[in-house]
Design a protein around this ligand. Sequence first.
Ligand code: FE2
Length: 365
Amino acid sequence: MAEDFMPLDGWDHVELWVGNAKQSAFFYEHAMGFTRTAYAGPETGVRDRASYVLEQGDVRFVVTSALREEHEITKHHARHGDGVRDIALTVPDATQAYREAVSRGARSVMEPRRDEDEFGTVERAAIATYGDTIHTFVDRSDYGGPFLPGYVSASENGHADPGVGLLNIDHIVGNVELGRMNHWVEFYERVFGMTNILHFGDDQIQTEYSALMSKVMSDGSGKVKFPINEPAEGKRKSQIEEYVEFYGGAGAQHIALASTDIVGTVEALKERGFLFLDTPDSYYEEAPGRVGEIAEEWPVLQEHKILVDRDEDGYLLQIFTKTAQDRPTVFFEVIERHGATTFGEGNFKALFEAIEREQALRGNL
Ligand code: FE2
């Protein structure tokens, strides 16, 4: 294998630019079980924005909004609604990662910079990916403070939540415009040295109405996985097209979060009022025959509408939430893997039909 010119230690954080970070933080805390760990805003000397850091297991979200009209974040929000701005990755050397990426054709968003406070030094740099989304490279190996210099610890102020069992980010899916999937697949190959580990054509991902194509990109270690979707021609509007129309271009479609007890996680989320996509009972007539033996009880999975799929390495359980904002854009997945390394292809049809029922309710199908 060729030398890895872009070693990644894993996901650092996902930053969402939203209309009202104070209320978004409340949603992630109270509906999803995150604990607020750090804050930056006017009270800490940051004059133009407010950012809340939310953590659960190894998952770290940052929600940020701007305080004035004339601001990059305000413009981003007007165009996209609440959405993922930054899929930040932890790297051993942010300057080196940035140089490698830019020399391979990536567009620079932030040149390497070092920020320092009494807790140490963080080095960061950022490049552009699809739409207005970016990847920040973060080297925090010499830092022991709350998130980044400029942030203060918020644990004492927030409520320490036991969480709902979400442990880490499994994958983050990008939706891109018609005909652009291969461009972004090639981008992740060239700039990140990733490989295309799975490919689905529109003949595989098709419902009665809509179709899409998908390729999954993975880094060498398999820690960071980016499925990329593009719409395909169907009888009606593809749900990927609906996303691209309402997001105002390409962007992150869903963030999959891993649990080792999906039933407990889903029960806790439902208790908090979180809403999931429905699955028809007919799914559970066909699923046991397709999937074979599993440790979980089928009636419990059916009660919670948890989906199951099997590949040559094992099986997985997964469920998808309803969209997290009014625009039909970002949503979440909860996934529990039992050896399976794929993404629930056997469920694509059931998933897409569930999304189409929602799309039809919105009058967009
Ligand atoms: Fe997924």
